[in-house]
Design a protein around this ligand. Structure first.
Ligand code: AMP
Ligand code: FE
Ligand code: FE
Ligand code: ZN
Length: 283
């Protein structure tokens, strides 16, 4: 059983349509894939159709942008009720704030003579996608300023860059509560991946666990072996399960589908804990 519980489509900052992510999952011989776009459910319907057509299991999820005293935290919410009003409102707020934040970042770049435009960024992101720094990277590539998204994140778009701007995001404890209120199962994404910015201390994860956190994404390419081992230890201490996932973004990142996987028993536990009526899609 190959189960990969973290991927992105062009509904956020992946490069493939949601249906194509599922198609790629079938080609990678995955049995189950989760679609977890940043702050949106927009990819779900097309992913469901593709999953039914191709016989791939589909876990509908979302990766919620959170921030704790300025430190970014990503929370995966699996099998949530997509109509739960408070969670929807929170995702809407984050997406709206991402729009103005990208406007500010692009304006700062334009002011410095970097030849990109907001229209270009929006066009490259496509209609309705959750805007993010990767789309600014795409404009920089499109204008020939840099070669790849990775290069953009090494310099112009990195967290400490003069062009960096933050956006609204809920505290992770509140996000955990909202995912549970929406009947979903909250799992903290790449908890110790500090290559690109600060990560929160264990005490924040303990608070999230008290609020209903179900698991930690221990196996992720942005963790060193030590960080992975610490995630496994902390999960055991707090009574959480662990997952492994690719965080696939199509060609937008080097992450390959199925490069890390989750045990079938853990998927069964996720299904068992879900209370939303949103089920794993199986053909
Ligand atoms: P944002 O949420 O807009 O602040 O942008 C962060 C997103 O950029 C993350 O979700 C990552 O998927 C993506 N990202 C971070 N580093 C890189 C990188 N080196 N190459 C491509 N994408 C990246
Ligand atoms: Fe992303
Ligand atoms: Fe993430
Ligand atoms: Zn992700």
């Amino acid at each position: 059983m190959l189960i990969d519980l973290h991927t992105h489509s062009s509904a956020s900052d992946g490069t493939e349509l949601a249906a194509d992510v599922v198609r790629s999952a079938a080609q990678a011989r995955l049995d189950v894939v989760a679609l977890t776009d940043h702050d949106t459910y927009a990819g779900w319907p097309a992913a469901v159709d593709a999953a039914l057509e191709l016989g791939v299991g589909l876990v509908r999820g979302v990766e919620i942008s959170c921030t704790h005293h300025g430190v970014s935290v990503h929370l995966l919410g699996y099998l949530v009720d997509p109509e739960h009003p408070e969670l929807l409102a929170e995702l809407d707020l984050a997406r709206d704030s991402r729009e103005t934040r990208v406007e500010r970042m692009v304006a700062a770049m334009v002011a410095d003579g970097i030849p990109i435009t907001l229209e270009q960024v929006r066009a490259l992101a496509g209609d309705g996608a959750t805007l993010g720094r990767p789309h600014i990277a795409d404009a920089l590539v499109d204008s020939g300023i840099i070669g790849t998204r990775d290069e953009a994140f090494e310099d112009l778009l990195r967290n400490g860059s003069r062009y960096y701007a933050s956006h609204y995001a809920p505290d992770p404890v509140r996000a955990v509560q909202l995912v549970r209120a929406a009947g979903g199962v909250p799992v903290m994404a790449h908890p110790f991946a500090n290559g690109r910015g600060w990560t929160v201390g264990d005490e924040v994860i303990e608070a999230m666990a008290r609020a209903g956190l179900a698991g930690l994404e221990a196996r992720h390419r942005d963790h060193t072996p030590r960080e992975q081992a610490h995630a496994v230890d902390l999960a055991a201490q707090l009574g959480l399960f662990t997952t492994g996932s690719s965080d696939y973004h199509g060609t937008g990142k080097q992450n390959v589908l199925g490069e890390n996987t989750t045990d079938p028993e853990v998927l069964a536990e996720i299904e068992d804990q879900a209370r939303s009526g949103t089920e794993v899609v199986r053909a």
